[in-house]
Design a binder for this molecule. Structure first.
Ligand SMILES: [Zn+2]
Length: 64
């Protein structure tokens, strides 16, 4: 059933950017996320102009 190789799945993250103040946050990808999706209200400036600006995968232990 299982291969010899250990398969490591990348962790998927969504990066959100506030269009109003530029605050960037990163969180775990959630089902239904896509780039330019409008997301939750900014907790810095309370603007609702926050969009998902990037979705990317990162392997555990990978350094940036
Ligand atoms: Zn903001």
């Amino acid at each position: 059933m299982f291969g010899k190789k250990k398969e490591v799945k990348p962790e998927i993250y969504s990066e959100e950017t506030c269009q109003s103040c530029g605050e960037k946050t990163r969180r775990r990808f959630e089902e239904g996320d896509y780039v330019y999706k409008r997301t939750t209200q900014c907790n810095k400036c309370s603007s609702s102009e926050r969009l998902v600006t990037a979705v990317y995968g990162e392997y555990p232990g990978e350094k940036r």
